[in-house]
Write a protein that binds this ligand. Structure first.
Ligand code: NAP
Length: 256
């Protein structure tokens, strides 16, 4: 155990899932006080148990698509730990379809989970950080933002991540004189439940990154000097994860 984050209060959304759970493990190993948020409370409690079930970990049931749940999450964190030093926005869903077949409810779910909750939670924590004169907001964005045009079958997911990237950059420029850091992490294709469905598109399992690689990148962001902000960090698969190209950089219209 290191003490790089000793006493730092970190709120993590998506804490029950692949990348969020790995981040939680690294934060705990570095002495952080943790607020774990997700809908599956039983999974959060299991994670808390696995980390020694100490009083420095609070689990909060939170559906990030619901504004009241987001407000309750922030209130619960401040009530328990008196402040929030770090917000890690990691909750996310995927929905891969040609746009013309994308289920309509998925569009709303993507918008509220992958974009709205990140912006709203930032708004809910930023004034406390401003009062404290420091804070760090980390958004788990996506390596897909570096593909232009947005990859086929991912255009709603990716365009929301592009918007999130722009929001985070703007937030940094707006808040940096108050001591607030903002970091966007762009993971490549990572082995988590979210990518489970990708097997259908000829994924090579050995080429998938581990969620620990993404969590290590988050740790890097959180442990830099107080006067240096890693604004954007991409951690991308060394080899393309596909056995045949499915996200070409130059996109022709698909053959019918
Ligand atoms: N895996 C990849 O290849 C990859 C690549 C680039 C970016 N990302 C991004 O990384 C983030 C995490 O993805 P992951 O791969 O770790 O996914 P995952 O394993 O499926 O985990 C998703 C997490 O989000 C939570 N979540 C989903 N909907 C929620 C809601 N309405 N309210 C609260 N929590 C909700 C889930 O918790 P509950 O179900 O318990 O609520 C779970 O903890 C996402 O933003 C994703 O876009 C992933």
């Amino acid at each position: 155990m290191n003490n790089l984050l000793e006493g730092k209060v970190c709120v993590v959304t998506g804490a029950s899932g692949g990348i969020g759970k790995s981040i939680v493990g690294k934060l705990a190993a570095n002495g952080a006080c943790l607020v774990l948020a997700a809908r599956k409370m039983e999974v959060l409690e299991e994670i808390k148990q696995s980390l020694g079930s100490n009083d420095n970990i609070l689990c909060v049931k939170c559906d990030v698509t619901k504004q009241d749940d987001l407000a309750n999450l922030v209130a619960a964190a401040v009530s328990k730990f008196k402040k929030i030093d770090v917000l890690i926005n990691g909750a996310g869903v995927s929905s891969q379809y040609p746009f013309w077949t994308q289920p309509l409810p998925d569009i709303e779910k993507l918008m509220f989970t992958n974009y709205f909750s990140y912006v709203m939670l930032s708004r809910l924590v930023v004034n406390g950080m401003k009062e404290n004169g420091c804070g760090h907001i980390v958004n788990i964005t996506s390596g897909s933002v570096m593909v232009d045009p947005p990859p086929r079958n991912f255009i709603v997911y990716t365009s929301l991540k592009v918007a999130l990237r722009a929001f985070a950059k703007g937030l940094f420029w707006e808040m940096r004189d108050f001591g607030i850091k903002v970091t966007s992490i762009f993971p490549g294709v990572t082995k988590t439940p979210l990518t489970g469905k990708l097997k259908e598109v000829s994924v090579d399992e050995d080429r998938l990154m581990s969620s620990d690689s993404v969590a290590d990148t988050v740790m890097f962001a959180l442990t830099q000097a107080s006067n240096a902000c890693p604004l954007e960090l991409a951690v991308i698969n060394q080899q393309t994860p596909w056995t045949k190209p499915v996200i070409p950089f130059k996109q022709d219209h698909p053959k019918q």
